[in-house]
Design a binder for this molecule. Structure first.
Ligand code: IYR
Length: 226
């Protein structure tokens, strides 16, 4: 059995704050994140690639299993590739809405107003397909097993969503199912799993969201303190 040694370094960059300042920052963050909404009406307004790169760097700082960073972000701006993704996604969605989803699921989607048409996959300037790898290479090229892959990828996507929001962009976490077509289109190995297809850009003028999306459960319903 081989093990690598723990090499401690001092905790870098931690900013200790007075309690009032902590509360003020938490309040300010809550106010800002409350303004984040998932958007399905995108404009074609371009977004600089550098902005996307920075947001992905932020996503890449997420906590994850054994710090193996088991994710890959495939960023698509090429209109021809976006079109292929739209066609493949809509083919899946047509089956889903035609009955594969089942009655209960379709009923739950009623308030969202979604359907098999996914024009945003072509309109939005960027799509980001997020993959998780069960095995991947370390910095020095050694292949190794990854741990807590779905959890790690999901946390990174959470960071990405917040980074995009803070940058003044909107996004949609899209999950056509199954989305195996993304491996072929993105040129990713078959053992990587596509978890989420992020749609990123600016909202279209007059973009709407479902009223139902504004109903957030109160603290009492989502938390308990022992
Ligand atoms: N993937 C489908 C259906 C869908 C499912 C859930 I759960 C949503 O929160 C939203 C949509 C679609 O994108 O239309």
């Amino acid at each position: 059995m081989t093990t690598s040694a723990y090499v401690p370094v001092p905790l870098p960059d931690h900013v200790g704050l007075p309690e009032e300042e902590m509360q003020a920052r938490a309040d300010a963050f809550l106010a800002d994140i409350r303004r984040r909404h998932t958007v399905r009406d995108f404009s074609g307004r371009p977004v600089p690639r550098a902005l996307i790169e920075t947001c992905i760097r932020a996503a890449g700082t997420a906590p994850n299993g054994a710090n193996h960073q088991p994710w890959h972000f495939c960023v698509i701006g090429d209109p021809a590739v976006k079109r292929r993704i739209r066609e493949a996604a809509e083919a899946e969605e047509r089956e889903f809405y035609a009955g594969k989803a089942g009655e209960e699921w379709l009923k739950a989607l009623g308030p969202l107003g979604t359907d098999p048409e996914k024009p945003f996959l072509e309109t939005a300037p960027w799509l980001i397909a997020v993959f998780g790898a069960r095995r991947s290479a370390s910095a020095d090229g050694v292949m190794r097993k990854n741990y807590y892959v779905p959890e790690s990828v999901s946390i990174a996507v959470g960071f990405l969503i917040v980074a995009l929001h803070r940058a003044g962009l909107v996004s949609l976490t899209h999950t056509p199912a199954p989305m195996g077509f993304l491996n072929a289109i993105c040129g990713r190995p078959a053992d990587e799993k596509p978890y989420i297809l992020m749609v990123v850009g600016h909202p279209a003028e007059g973009a709407t969201i479902p009223a139902h999306a504004l109903e957030k459960k109160p603290l009492e319903a989502i938390a308990s303190f022992l």
